[in-house]
Design a binder for this molecule. Structure first.
Ligand code: PLP
Length: 404
């Protein structure tokens, strides 16, 4: 048995399909985000500007967040010391959970080690706890939700993206006595569109289904206190389980769900992805807690973020580049080809010091490859002018499609 060649073949297949991933080695400069240093293979360094970070508000370098992290390391030490079963509840994590429950107006919250784990652990457990359950899942849901649904072992029905009519068609056909969960996201992070949350909640009421909403790309960013799109639209109380991350707008790491006391207690008691893994470090929990608290009472970052995104979208449209219409902070510029997308990204980085990761299959469907740009409050007008100039050059050099 030649194990080595099996792995080689697996890698070769990805290379042949032009979707072998290469990660750039970067060092972010705290206090000077989005500037960073790139480390090249030949040992040289390059100054670059990051344009694709999910640290959407730059909270990963906020002085209060950094101070909380340093203080917590001195007070608590580095790690949580094990699972909660072994090490008990770290006080800092409990505080964070109370803060998150309050953020979403729910009775309870549960913190996980990442957003991915929270989706996988919660959805898989829900399916197991509700006998005969059917999970209705939006076709563009994130991989962590897809994994969670799969691991639940229950029946899965995929409905067309953001399509309430299709969802209703599917709900109608399910035996009314079976438990049903509608699982969807608020902001879809590749296209920058938003789901019809109210319509989905109306359908959930009509067909007696539970609602599970992933607000990973919205928490901290939307709503008067950063509770997400459901908060902005006054709908948080209509969602049974709101899931989010502490690793994107909150700038740290970790994931969570918020829900009723009974739902959270049941997930806490049954989810293997919660029970059998070391708790999020108190150090990171302290940083996340400070970030959540800050964004609950400060709108400055959110307002500047929206303004920056709107400005960049305008500049890109005016330059004739193929911007995918987005109603959020996400700015997708379409390339429509995997190889060219990688080339565009490489050229921007090598020749212009602009870092934008190419987005290829399976993150997006084949033929819809793109550069996904995420301007933050720290991207100023001069940086935007540089970016748009570089994009125009690269589009010409590579003969890429212009806006229709
Ligand atoms: N949900 C969605 C919609 C995501 O896009 C992601 C990550 O990109 C996750 C969940 C996972 O979150 P985390 O990065 O905290 O693991």
């Amino acid at each position: 048995m030649d194990y080595n060649s099996m792995f080689e073949q697996a890698i070769a297949a990805l290379k042949q399909e032009k979707r072998y991933r290469v990660f750039t080695e970067l060092r972010r400069h705290a206090g000077d985000f989005p500037r960073a240093t790139r480390y090249l293979e030949d040992g040289t360094e390059q100054d670059v500007t990051i344009w694709c970070s999910n640290d959407y508000l730059g909270m990963g370098q906020h002085p209060d967040v950094l101070k909380a992290i340093k203080d917590a390391a001195d007070t608590y030490g580095a790690g949580a010391g094990g699972t909660r079963n072994i090490s008990g509840n770290t006080r800092m994590v409990c505080e964070l959970e109370r803060e998150l429950a309050d953020l979403h107006g729910k009775e309870s919250a549960l913190v996980f080690t990442s957003g991915f784990v929270s989706n996988d652990a919660t959805l898989s457990t829900l399916g197991k706890l509700l006998p005969g359950c059917v999970i209705l899942s939006d076709e563009l849901n994130h991989a962590s939700m897809i994994d969670g649904v799969r691991h639940s072992g229950c029946e899965k029905i995929i409905f067309r993206h953001n399509d309430a009519r299709d969802l209703e068609d599917k709900l109608k056909r399910i035996d009314p006595s079976r438990p049903k969960v509608i699982a969807f996201e608020s902001v879809y992070s590749m296209d920058g569109d938003i789901s019809p949350i109210r319509e989905f909640c109306d359908l959930a009421d009509k067909y007696n289904a539970m609602t599970y909403l992933d607000e990973v790309h919205a928490v901290g960013l939307y709503g008067p206190r950063g509770g997400g799109v459901a908060e902005r639209e006054g709908l948080m109380h209509r969602i049974d389980i709101i899931e989010g991350t502490l690793g994107k707008a909150f700038g740290v790491i970790g994931g969570f769900i918020t829900a009723s006391e009974n739902i959270v207690d049941a997930i806490r008691s049954y989810a293997t992805g919660f029970i059998f893994t070391t708790t999020l470090s108190p150090v990171m929990s302290a940083g996340a807690l400070t970030s959540v608290r800050h964004l609950k009472q400060s709108n400055v970052e959110r307002e500047r973020h929206q303004e920056r995104a709107a400005t960049l979208k305008r500049l890109i449209s005016e330059a004739g580049l193929p911007l995918l219409p987005s109603v959020t902070h996400i700015v997708p510029v379409m390339v429509y080809d995997a190889e060219l997308c990688k080339q565009a990204s490489d050229t921007l980085l090598d020749d212009y010091g602009i870092y934008i990761q190419p987005i290829n299959y399976p993150t997006v469907s084949r033929g819809s490859e793109r550069l996904r740009i995420t301007p933050t409050p720290f991207h100023d007008d001069a940086m935007m002018a540089d970016l748009v100039g570089a994009l125009k050059d690269v589009w010409l050099r590579l003969g890429l499609r212009q806006a229709a």
